[in-house]
Design a protein around this ligand. Sequence first.
Ligand SMILES: Cc1cc2nc3c(=O)[nH]c(=O)nc-3n(C[C@H](O)[C@H](O)[C@H](O)COP(=O)(O)OP(=O)(O)OC[C@H]3O[C@@H](n4cnc5c(N)ncnc54)[C@H](O)[C@@H]3O)c2cc1C
Length: 117
Amino acid sequence: MLAAELALAGVACRVLEKRDHQANITRAFGIGPRTLELLDARDLAQNLIPNGNKIPQGQFGARAGFELTVIDSRFNYMLIVPQSGTEKMLEEHCRELGVPIERGAQVEGLTPSAMTA
Ligand SMILES: Cc1cc2nc3c(=O)[nH]c(=O)nc-3n(C[C@H](O)[C@H](O)[C@H](O)COP(=O)(O)OP(=O)(O)OC[C@H]3O[C@@H](n4cnc5c(N)ncnc54)[C@H](O)[C@@H]3O)c2cc1C
């Protein structure tokens, strides 16, 4: 998402990813309202919503829970989708903006330099 935002701002960039394949694992399976609003600002939420389950409220054990129907948002729910699908969608978005994504490329060091226009 950051790479895409940089590209939209006219900053040349590329993504270096040490894994040589697209991961099939999910950690971030729940996408919250504010994230959906930010994705929607780039017309991206519509790519995820049809493939997900909308969960407006939930309970974690006896003491913790959430109730999102009361918030002032079009996206007043958690969207449950596999993280691999979200990453695939963001990767496609980057490619459309001309941001190269290089897999099997591990960053081993960084050297700060002055910004150039
Ligand atoms: C168990 C668990 C459950 C979670 N559930 C949710 C949830 O439901 N909803 C939610 O919004 N968030 C959830 N999160 C948080 C979410 O997963 C992270 O906020 C999100 O993945 C962070 O994205 P990222 O791109 O910053 O980092 P990451 O997704 O960790 O990506 C970093 C990438 O950098 C690569 N990399 C690492 N070192 C190098 C290197 N030296 N050179 C090149 N590449 C490198 C890695 O291979 C990886 O692909 C959860 C996290 C965990 C651990």
